[in-house]
Design a protein around this ligand. Structure first.
Ligand code: FAD
Length: 469
């Protein structure tokens, strides 16, 4: 039965009207529904790249709602208090988030709503399964990916998509699209994003359709080759919730190449699951021994890494792509992360923070798991002694140097043999191509063999310190 009190639908990381259970249920339960988005961090003087995406995605959401989106900025609780009072809200609807920061905030808000006699209804929307739904036989959560993956498949992947509801009963509000546009970030470094990405739901759907038709059949082989770009590039759409993971599963299932792709979507699921069950892993190592790791502080090396000036071409190519496009191919995420926390011995949390600042798909769960995996401290992680060598990775995954040539043009003229390791090229060859190392392109910030030995020694030191405690 429909209530005459207003239902408030609070959008967060679910910026779509299709397959949005909170919105659909609110419209089923209430004669009138008010849609809300609150941009909390708008006053950040140095906002992360993902804010650029989020702001445009909110604008797109306002379009999907025909402008009927109440848009607010600033403190969430303060805004909710005002809105509940001003609109006589009877119940609030949202789709759940599972990271510890969101859970703490939502728990506090629920208590406050309850004091105001406002009901709260929350729904699944971000994942395929609720994190408490899948447990081992002994009732504890999975720590290893493959059994978790099998458990997901055994459960049956939900591919049901909730259709777009009738939006005619939305509470009309002053159209905020001009305001959202005005608030959209104009930092100079975001200029380069504009031509490359369209943060609109329709663009995400088009990308998904093109990926299914063209790249998914070869995804299992091509997903490791950064130069060809045969991956979906859907991460920012999934992170903002412009596309739901259920919609993606429904679209890909039974199509050629789906298995390998679905496996990656289940890695996403696993990352959120792990962070839900072990919230301390947001900034603490899952493997407690790593609390004793002798991390180094080296601002010069860190800056060289951030700016793509390490003198190691594949790493520099990745870091430049990240800075200029807000995206980085998964293989490169692993390679650049490995150089930072192994060869350079810089704490994975420092690298994770840089990714959170520069990635459009910056996602607490996926990013934390990715970094802990590379550092060796995470759940089901790569062992520390497995250290990526960027030169052999380049020879294997960028054999003709196409990826390096695109992002490190100062080396483009070098033959394939030397493109991944210009420091090893004969001096006369470098001179013939007008390349002076240390001038046109940096010398390596770390000698790779020595960096590897230092990393292994630090690992031994950590193990000894952990035993002694
Ligand atoms: C150090 C490190 C940091 C990372 N940080 C993030 C992050 O902040 N946000 C983020 O979304 N992903 C992160 N990843 C995971 C992965 O690199 C990206 O999801 C992927 O590269 C996004 O590109 P795509 O959409 O083209 O991926 P595709 O290969 O097309 O994969 C499809 C989708 O599957 C999911 N997925 C794929 N690989 C992984 C993975 N290893 N872990 C979790 N989910 C995965 C993503 O949602 C992705 O969009 C990180 C990985 C590493 C190693």
């Amino acid at each position: 039965m429909s209530s005459s009190a207003i239902g408030l639908c609070w959008f967060r990381q679910d910026l779509r009207v299709t397959d949005n259970l909170a919105l659909t249920r609110a419209l089923q339960q209430h004669d009138r529904v008010l849609c809300l988005y609150v941009h909390e961090n708008l006053n950040d003087p140095d906002p992360p790249a993902s804010c650029w995406w989020q702001q445009r995605a909110v604008q797109d959401l306002a379009d999907q709602l025909h402008g009927h989106l109440l848009y607010r900025t600033g403190d969430i609780q303060h805004n909710l208090q005002q809105i509940v009072a001003a609109y006589a809200v009877g119940a609030v609807y949202w789709n759940r988030l599972y990271d510890p920061v969101s859970i703490a905030r939502d728990t506090k808000l629920k208590a406050w709503f309850s004091e105001q006699s406002v009901q709260v209804h929350s729904f699944p929307g971000q994942l395929l399964f609720e994190p408490w739904q899948l447990l081992k036989r002994d009732g504890t959560p999975y720590r290893v990916f493959t059994p978790f993956y099998r458990a997901c498949l055994a459960q049956g992947l939900p591919g049901d998509v909730v259709p777009m509801p009738d939006l005619s009963r939305l509470v009309p509000v002053t159209d905020a699209r001009a305001q959202i546009e005005q608030d959209s970030l104009t930092a100079a470094w975001t200029q380069s994003f504009r031509d490359q990405w369209a943060p609109r739901r329709q663009a995400g759907q088009d990308r998904l359709a093109a990926f299914i038709a063209r790249d998914m059949p070869v995804y299992h082989q091509a997903r490791d080759i950064p130069a060809t770009g045969q991956v979906s590039h859907l991460a920012p759409y999934l992170h903002s919730g412009q596309l739901s993971v259920r919609e993606v599963i429904a679209a890909v299932c039974d199509r050629p190449g789906a298995d390998a792709f679905v496996r990656q979507l289940i890695w996403r699921e696993f990352a959120h699951y792990v962070l839900y069950h072990w919230p301390h892993t947001l900034d603490q190592p899952m493997d407690g021994r790593y609390s004793h790791f002798p991390w180094r502080t080296d601002p010069t090396a860190l800056q060289a890494w951030q700016r793509g000036q390490t003198g190691i071409p594949l790493v520099d190519a990745g870091m430049r792509e990240l800075w200029q496009t807000g995206y980085l191919h998964n293989r490169l995420r692993m390679i650049v992360a490995s150089l930072l926390c192994k060869h350079l011995l810089i704490d994975w949390r420092v690298g994770a923070a840089w990714f959170m600042y520069t990635l459009f798909d910056a996602d607490l769960a996926n990013n934390t798991m990715g970094w802990q995996w590379v550092a060796g401290s995470g759940v089901d992680a790569a062992p520390y002694f497995r250290i990526f060598n960027p030169v052999s990775q380049g020879k294997r995954f960028d054999p003709d140097g196409a990826y390096v040539r695109r992002w490190v043009p100062e080396l483009a003229a070098l033959p394939d043999r030397w493109i991944q390791q210009p420091w090893a090229a004969p001096a006369e060859l470098l001179a013939a191509h007008d390349i002076q190392l240390g001038c046109d392109y940096p010398r390596p910030v770390v000698e790779l063999a020595a960096g590897r030995q230092a990393a292994l020694a630090a690992w031994e030191q950590m193990k000894t310190s952990a035993v002694l405690v």
